[in-house]
Write a protein that binds this ligand. Structure first.
Ligand code: AQP
Length: 334
């Protein structure tokens, strides 16, 4: 079976190392192996589930496209577009929200985390976000969805919605049941300030993450200030379960150098953190700084970025409109 890949990234600014190592790095590898079968979506409808400044949102949509390209996605080999430009996403989300069950959505942990204590004040969009995500994926007959570990539960929900739609309307195999593509290791990069939380765009402290637009000095400074403990570097895997800050930094090093955690442990066992941090800064600068320079160059070329989005949305619309027309027919619309 030919793989069909779909994934999205929210244009909410501050794209970071977690987005890169958990998702975008994987997009690049997949699009090299599956020419013309990958769709990468800038999910702006998802972004507005929390308040956005319109001017900043426009900039962030373009910056996300620039980041995709700077990381190595070739727009001639895959489709890059923004979600709001293809109306079928919002329409399919509505239809699927009539298939999804409240009980299923009530179990979504990301809503609980993002809404915090004051659930009453969260937008309805934030609550139904995973249904829109299911619509995004199912419109393209997606077989595989590369995501970070935090999206695993939403993917499960997408599968449940697709199965229920196929059963309710007696259309066996009409909606393709997608498989998550989550890296076995290093699929959740944690905050540099608090390794019990994931690295995130919306975290207030910029020191908690390496942004993909950071310069050399910012990278060095953030790694210097990254939280560690006072012991020498750990020497075996079992020590890492209680030393989560060290584990996170060693996972970042291993992921960037394509080596195993065991090998990283071997390299730095018993050494002090400052020596490890110098090495980590160096590999980060080698990987992230060229991306940062490329993003800054591309971001100045608005017409190029807009052209990519325009062409991408035309291509995406060809597939999505066919699927939504069939969905309309199946549910009984005239
Ligand atoms: N810390 C992370 N480690 C590994 N993967 C991550 N991803 C996000 N954070 C990490 C993956 O990046 C892709 C795009 O994520 P997104 O921008 O659509 O939304 P998100 O998961 O909500 O990202 P953030 O940074 O946490 O944003 P905010 O702070 O706005 O909520 C996804 O595949 C995600 O798994």
């Amino acid at each position: 079976m030919n793989k069909k890949i779909f994934s999205g990234v929210q244009p909410t600014g501050n794209l970071h190392l977690g987005n890169y190592l958990g998702a975008i790095k994987n997009f690049v590898e997949l699009h090299n192996d599956h020419h013309n079968n990958c769709v990468f979506c800038v999910v702006d409808l998802h972004a507005i589930t929390v308040k956005q400044d319109p001017k900043e949102l426009r900039n962030n949509i373009r910056e996300t496209v620039a980041t995709f390209i700077a990381c190595g996605i070739n727009p001639n080999k895959s489709i890059i577009f923004n979600q709001s430009a293809v109306g079928a996403h919002a329409e399919a989300a509505w239809i699927l929200s009539c298939v999804a069950r409240m009980g299923w959505l009530n179990r979504m942990t990301q809503f609980k985390e993002k809404a915090g204590k004051d659930k009453e004040k969260a937008s309805i969009g934030l609550y139904s976000y995973p249904v829109l995500m299911a619509a995004d994926i199912l419109l393209y007959d997606t077989t595989h969805v590369p995501v970070g570990d935090d999206q695993k539960q939403h993917l499960e929900l997408c599968r449940d919605i697709a199965k229920k739609f196929n059963t309710d309307f007696e259309v066996e195999n009409f909606l393709q049941i997608p498989e998550p593509l989550i890296q076995k290791e290093f699929s959740r990069i944690m905050s540099l300030k608090d390794a019990s939380k994931k690295m995130s765009k919306s975290e207030l402290s910029d020191l908690s993450r390496i942004n993909l637009t950071d310069n050399k000095d910012q990278i060095i400074n953030k790694i210097k200030k990254a939280k560690t403990d006072t012991l020498p570097m750990p020497s075996n895997i079992s020590e890492l379960s209680t030393r989560i800050e060290a584990k996170n930094l060693m996972c970042i090093f291993s992921s960037l150098t394509n080596s195993s955690l065991e090998k990283t442990l071997e390299m730095f066992s018993g050494k002090n953190f400052s020596e490890f941090k110098d090495n980590l800064s160096e590999v980060l600068i080698n990987k992230i700084y060229p991306i940062s320079l490329e993003i800054k160059k591309l971001i100045d070329d608005k017409s190029y970025l807009d052209k990519i989005l325009q062409e991408g949305s035309e291509k995406a619309n060809l597939t999505a409109s066919k699927k939504i027309n069939k969905i309309r027919e199946i549910v009984g619309f005239l």
